[in-house]
Design a protein. Structure first.
Lengths: 512, 253
């Protein structure tokens, strides 16, 4: 209980950001919906098209809609030649606004369609102009429908805004995603509770407006509006003075990434920068974000860049891979490799020792032979990555089933027997802790996955930024990384990524 | 004050159906003429040619007010000169009685002062304290009285009444009919009353025009109609109320 209170108390910034994002998206969505409603009122084809499109948008999962705006904005940036921020507030705002359009538009069009034909005829016969008809008759009579639509849209938007975390906008999704990843259930619950409370509060405030409009009593309407604006005012109060230059540290969606982001962030903070975190990003998003300057530092893995960004299928020695990546990045001029951290986090295939022994599996060749009777458990993206294609081509697997899990649940699936073999991570503390067997790769199909510290051109141009990060190079042995990961991933006595990062810094002699 | 209303070769078609078929009709200034016929006879369509509520309907012919072609007047300007009352009333549900009555004046950027409002309510037989009520708080008859006050508030030269009493109970419709006739006489408007009720037409109008399938089949004074001098088509419509009146009289003997 006290952990929950502590977690809730730490969410001030996330609640404020969530509120601002949701209300801004709602305002934009309502403006678009009202304009479309007016247009639709005068043109049946527009009404059908707009409603159809808005419904179509609604069928796209909110998560996918958010993700789609990232490449869209990058493409727009390239098109207009100006830098449009593709990560953070803007894509979240646009996607959520699009989501908010439908309920308002649908209610507006319905309200107009339900206007008493006698009232329309009277307005016309009295010689009202189109503008007078709109202002005096249509708008006041359709307003209750529109406000009801806004109420629905507000609840949707506040809920969906938790997903804005995935495109790097701060929201109440931050504690939810971070907590899910690190199994900090108090943090997850705090994020969910805060988001639910916001949605309920918005619902209540707009319900007051709705009642005021429906009964044509101004008082409840103004009270409801006042509540909304008071909340917005609170959210917009400057949280902390941000005079210092801000650097953004990125992280993918697993514990090691959260820990390393905190490690990097702490060093940048000590060097005098204000630091923001964009955590829980997808692999494909995070590198593009660095290249476009939306984030300034993160850790990626040699093999990931090699296959996904350089699109290479050959598998030379680790030094060659690292050199070619540095050369390739240098040529593009957008990002830079500071160096390897000292440990490798390769994709490895891991099994329960008893299962491996009973089926006689020690290498991927053995695994391929036994695969028709086995279930593969992969993380969310592995099966779509070129590494999987390369491994699969080399060994010709024929798994009975392949399932996807978020990393934490993947280990659970292996322990529970739902999966027979998983695509684990070499530096994961749970491999040692669960005494898993790692299968050999005799055909050398899996490339090297040295952890590389990458920075944006902006950081690379600042000696103080480079100086802050340089000491991390070659400093982190895989044992230390495994131990730090395990501190976050274990079921009992869990630590937050920030704690684990402090422990890691002390362990490798980089404590402040 | 009321102008002459003239229809010349007026035709209106809805697709293949002809609603009004070459009507020639001249309505004398300050007279009250009833257009009578079954539903679908074209009487409402003909009325709506005057204030151009028939937009989008194909047709030809000229309708003029005091010699002025209504087709040459912008629709909103035209309608702001004409009082219009219709069966479904169409009060604005979110406005008080006072706001409803004032709407036509407001459209012309004019005010309706309290004295005028009180006078209008009195003329249509409503208490002055009804001004602040909402339409849903009124009975059907009271609502139509507001509808008439709304039409009169713009001081119209012409009153167009499209089945104004059809949805009301017999006692209310008789009382409201008398009110309308009195207002017509007091204000000197030219009035067209569309109704399917021959008795109502005969009791209120100076002249009754009977329409059938878009054509005029009878055109006579109430006295001629009552005396059976208006031809076969009219006689068929007059026969029913006459027969009813006779049977009611017999009941009392």
């Amino acid at each position: 209980m006290s952990a929950l209170w502590a977690a809730l108390g730490g969410l001030r910034d996330e609640i404020a950001a969530h509120l601002v994002l949701s209300l801004a998206a709602l305002a934009l969505g309502v403006a678009v919906a009202l304009a479309l409603t007016l247009w639709a009122a005068r043109n049946r084809t527009v009404a059908r098209l707009a409603l159809g499109l808005a419904s179509l948008v609604q069928t796209v999962p909110a998560l996918a809609l958010l993700a789609l705006f990232y490449p869209l904005l990058l493409w727009l940036s390239a098109l207009v030649g100006a830098r449009i921020p593709a990560l953070g507030f803007l894509p979240a705002l646009l996607a959520l606004a699009l989501y908010a359009v439908l309920p308002v538009l649908r209610n507006g069009v319905t309200g107009l369609a339900r206007l008493d034909p006698a009232v329309r005829e009277a307005a016309e016969a009295m010689g009202l102009t189109a503008g007078q008809k709109l202002r005096w008759v249509e708008a006041p009579l359709v307003a209750p429908y529109v406000v009801a639509g806004i109420r629905t849209a507000a609840v949707w938007t506040i809920g969906a805004a938790t997903l804005a975390t995935t495109v790097g906008a701060t929201s109440l999704g931050d504690p939810i995603f971070a907590g899910l990843q690190t199994q900090d259930w108090a943090l997850v619950l705090a994020g969910c509770l805060a988001a639910a409370a916001l949605a309920l509060a918005a619902d209540g405030a707009i319900a007051l407006v709705e009642r005021g409009v429906a009964e044509r009593r101004p008082l409840p309407a103004w009270v409801g509006l006042g509540l909304v604006f008071a909340a917005l005012g609170w959210a917009l109060l400057p949280g902390k003075a941000a005079e210092r230059e801000t650097l953004v540290v990125g992280a993918k969606n697993f514990s090691e990434q959260y820990i390393l982001a905190r490690l990097i962030g702490e060093r940048l903070t000590d060097a005098g920068y204000a630091v923001e975190y964009r955590e829980g990003l997808g692999s494909a998003v995070v590198f593009k974000a660095l290249a476009s300057g939306d984030i300034d530092a993160y850790v990626d893995y040699a093999g990931t860049l090699w296959t996904n960004e350089l699109k290479r299928r050959d598998n030379p020695n680790p030094q060659t891979i690292r050199d070619e990546i540095s050369f390739w990045l240098g040529k593009r001029g957008a990002a830079r490799v500071i160096g390897a951290l000292g440990f490798e986090n390769a994709y490895v295939f891991a099994m329960q020792p008893a299962v491996a022994r009973s089926r006689g599996i020690a290498t991927l060749d053995d695994l391929a032979r036994a695969s028709p009777r086995l279930t593969l458990g992969a993380d969310l993206e592995f099966l779509d990555r070129p590494e999987w294609a390369a491994v699969d081509a080399a060994y010709r697997f024929r798994f009975a089933r392949a399932k996807r899990y978020s990393p934490t649940f993947m280990y659970r699936a292996l322990a529970g027997g739902d999966a027979d073999v998983i695509t684990a991570f070499g530096s994961d503390g749970r491999i040692a802790a669960d005494r898993l067997v790692v299968l050999g790769d005799p055909r050398r199909a899996i490339p090297n996955y040295d952890a590389l510290l990458l920075v944006s051109a902006r950081c690379a141009a600042q000696p103080s930024c480079l100086r802050a990060l340089q000491p991390l190079v070659g400093r982190i042995p895989v044992e230390a990384m495994r131990e730090a990961n395990f501190r976050v991933d274990r079921d009992a006595d869990k630590q937050t990524p920030a704690h684990a990062a402090n422990w890691l810094a002390a362990k490798v002699g980089l404590a402040r | 004050m009321g102008p002459e209303i003239r229809f010349e070769r007026v035709t209106r078609r809805f697709g293949a159906a002809t609603a009004v078929d070459g009507v020639d009709l001249t309505i004398a200034p300050r007279s009250l003429v009833a257009l009578v016929g079954h539903s679908g006879s074209g009487k409402s369509t003909l009325l709506r040619c005057v204030n151009r509520l028939d937009h989008g309907v194909a047709g030809e012919g000229v309708v003029s007010l005091g010699g002025e072609d209504v087709g040459a007047i912008p629709a909103t300007a035209l309608r702001r000169r004409l009082g219009y009352v219709f069966q479904s009333i169409g009060l604005f549900p979110h406005m008080t009685v006072a706001q409803n009555v004032a709407i036509g004046r407001r459209a012309r950027s004019e005010a309706l002062v309290a004295d005028e409002l009180a006078g209008l309510l009195e003329q249509v037989g409503l208490p002055a304290d009804y001004a602040t009520r909402l339409p849903r708080e009124l009975s059907g008859g009271e609502q139509q009285r507001v509808g008439i006050a709304r039409a009169l508030a713009i001081e119209p030269e012409v009153l167009l009444l499209d089945e104004p009493f059809a949805a009301l109970d017999p006692v209310t419709r008789d009382a409201l009919g008398k009110t309308v006739r009195a207002l017509h006489d007091a204000r000197g408007t030219t009035t067209i009353l569309v109704t399917h009720d021959m008795a109502e037409a005969m009791l209120l109008a100076d002249r009754v025009v009977v329409l059938e399938r878009g054509r005029i089949v009878a055109d006579a004074s109430p006295a001629d109609l009552a005396a059976g001098r208006a031809g076969e088509a009219a006689e068929a419509l007059v026969a029913v109320p006459r027969e009813q009146a006779r049977r009611i009289a017999e009941l009392g003997q």
